[in-house]
Design a protein around this ligand. Structure first.
Ligand code: SF4
Length: 441
C-alpha cells in the first residue's frame, strides 16, 4: 500500500498547530526563504526600466537555480522582495527576500481579479505587494553605472548593502565555505554580461550614496552594511580592516552620522577591530556561521585553516570590548546544521547545538542573528541538499532564539529596524518577525 506525500499546505498547517507561539507570518516567511518561490512572468520586475524594484543580487545568488536555469526570471529580473498581507491566514505585513525556485509549491501570480497573490499548492494564501522602483535607482552615476549595482538597498529600503568586494579570497573546494556561492555568483553575472564590479571604487560608492541621500526624501534608508569576501592577503595594498574601513571613513567624512555603519568581516584581532571602530563603524558582524566544532571545520575550511574556530570565538568576545556587546552581532547560517552528509540527523540535536552557541554569546551580552540557509545549487551543501533544512528546524530555532534572548534579558539587536509581526523589515530570516515589538512601539 502506498500513501501520497502530504501537500506542502498540510505540512505547513500541521506545523502551525504544533507551534502556536510562532506567528503564521514567520512560518510562511521561513518556508519561502528555505525553499524559494516561483514567479508568473507578469510578476517579474521589468528590470531597471520598470516600475518595480528588481532583485539586485547584492552578494550571493540566493536562488535555487543557476541564472541560465531560471528561464524568464533570468531575462526579466524578479523583484528584490515581496510583501505579503491578508489571505485566509490573515497575514500582517511580511517582507520576504526573493529566492527564485521554478519548482516551488509557492507561486506569485495574478488572482482572478488580476491582483498579484501568493499561491500555495494552487490556492491563494496572501495578497502580494511588490517594492516600487525607488527614485534613486533611476539616476545613474556619471560613469553610467546604476545605483542598484553600486549601492543596492534591501529590507524595503532600510539597508544599503555595499558588497564592495564581490569575490572571496577563500577560493576553491578546500577554502570556500561549503554553503557560499559568492565566487560562483560573480562568475555567472559576468558570464551573463551583467555589470558586476569586483572591487567597488570608493568614489563610486560615495556618488551612489549621494544619489540615495538626495532622493530618499522620506529617509527610509537607515543603515549601510560594508561587506564582501574575506581578505586573507590584501586588496589594493590594504589588509581587511583597512580595505573595508576605508569606505567607512570616506562615508562618515562625507555624510557624518547619516546612516548606521555596519561591517560584515572576518573575526579580526582586536587592534584591527579598533580600526573599524575608529573609521566610524558602529556595528560589527564577525559571523561564526555554524556553532558545532566538527561542522565548522568541515563547512568553513578556509576560516578554520587561517584563523581556527577557537580563535574566531575569542576574537568575537574581544571585539565586544571595542564595540560594546550590543553592537557585536555575529551571524550564523540557519539550517546548514542539518545538511547531509555530515550534519545532525535530528532536529533535536541540531537545535541543541545551535542553542549552545546562542547561550555562549548571549550569556556575554552578545546577540547573534541568523539568515535562513538558501541551498544554492553550485555549492557543495546546496547540491547535496536541494530542499534545505526542514521547516520544523527553522520554527524550533525561532522558539529557541526568542527564549534564549529572554533568558539573558536581551532584546532585538540594534540596526535591524522594528521587531514584531506586521512590523519587521529584515528580509532574509524571520527572527525579527517572531520577536515581540519593543515596548512603546
Ligand atoms: S568567507 Fe566563506 S561565507 Fe564569507 S564570502 Fe568567503 S566563502 Fe563566502
Amino acid at each position: 500500500m502506498s500513501s501520497a506525500a502530504p501537500t506542502r499546505t498540510a505540512v505547513v498547517e500541521s506545523l502551525m498547530e504544533r507551534f502556536p507561539g510562532i506567528p503564521p507570518e514567520a512560518v510562511f516567511k521561513e518556508d519561502l526563504l528555505r525553499g524559494g518561490l516561483a514567479f508568473d512572468p507578469s510578476a517579474l520586475s521589468g528590470n531597471e526600466g520598470g516600475e518595480v524594484k528588481p532583485k539586485s543580487y547584492f552578494i550571493f545568488s540566493f536562488d535555487h537555480r543557476t541564472l541560465p536555469e531560471l528561464g524568464e526570471a533570468a531575462l526579466n529580473r524578479p523583484p528584490e522582495e515581496i510583501v505579503l498581507t491578508g489571505g485566509p491566514y490573515g497575514l500582517r505585513r511580511t517582507v520576504v527576500s526573493v529566492r527564485v525556485n521554478p519548482s516551488s509549491p509557492y507561486r506569485v501570480a495574478p488572482d482572478d481579479d488580476g491582483a498579484l497573490a501568493l499561491f500555495l499548492d494552487g490556492v491563494k494564501i496572501a495578497d502580494v505587494g511588490l517594492p516600487p522602483m525607488p527614485e534613486y535607482y533611476r539616476h545613474p552615476l556619471t560613469n553610467g553605472k546604476s545605483v542598484m549595482e553600486v549601492a543596492p538597498t534591501i529590507q524595503w529600503g532600510y539597508l544599503i548593502y555595499l558588497t564592495v568586494f564581490r569575490v572571496c579570497q577563500y577560493f576553491g573546494a578546500k577554502e570556500e565555505c561549503q554553503y557560499c556561492d559568492i565566487n560562483h555568483n560573480w562568475r555567472q553575472h559576468k558570464a551573463a554580461g551583467r555589470p558586476y564590479t569586483g572591487v567597488k571604487p570608493v568614489d563610486e560608492v560615495l556618488e551612489a550614496l549621494e544619489i540615495i541621500d538626495r532622493h530618499d526624501t522620506a529617509r527610509t534608508s537607515t543603515a549601510y552594511t560594508l561587506t564582501g569576501g574575506a581578505v586573507t592577503s590584501q586588496v589594493g595594498g590594504k589588509d581587511e580592516a583597512d580595505f573595508y574601513g576605508q569606505y567607512a571613513r570616506a562615508i562618515e567624512e562625507r555624510f557624518p552620522g547619516r546612516w548606521i555603519g555596519k561591517v560584515v568581516a572576518q573575526a579580526l584581532p582586536k587592534e584591527d577591530v579598533r580600526r573599524f571602530h575608529d573609521y566610524g563603524i558602529r556595528i560589527y558582524h564577525p559571523n561564526y556561521e555554524v556553532w558545532d566544532r566538527r561542522l565548522f571545520e568541515l563547512y568553513c575550511p578556509g576560516k578554520e585553516r587561517y584563523i581556527g574556530r577557537d580563535e574566531w570565538h575569542r576574537r568575537i568576545l574581544d571585539s565586544a570590548e571595542v564595540f560594546g556587546p550590543r553592537n557585536v552581532i555575529p551571524n550564523f547560517v540557519a539550517g546548514v546544521e542539518m545538511a547531509r552528509p555530515s550534519g545532525f540527523l535530528t532536529v533535536d540535536e541540531a537545535i541543541a547545538s545551535t542553542r549552545e552557541g546562542l547561550r555562549f554569546f548571549m550569556s556575554r551580552g552578545i546577540t547573534p542573528r541568523f539568515t535562513t540557509w538558501c541551498p544554492e545549487p553550485t555549492t557543495p551543501l546546496g547540491r547535496e541538499n536541494p530542499d534545505g533544512a526542514p521547516l520544523e528546524y527553522h520554527l524550533r530555532l525561532l522558539e529557541a532564539y526568542t527564549a534564549t534572548l529572554e533568558e539573558y534579558g536581551l532584546t532585538a539587536p540594534p540596526g535591524y529596524g522594528p521587531a514584531g509581526p506586521g512590523r519587521a523589515v529584515f528580509s532574509v530570516s524571520s527572527f525579527m518577525d517572531a520577536l515581540p515589538p519593543a515596548p512603546g512601539e
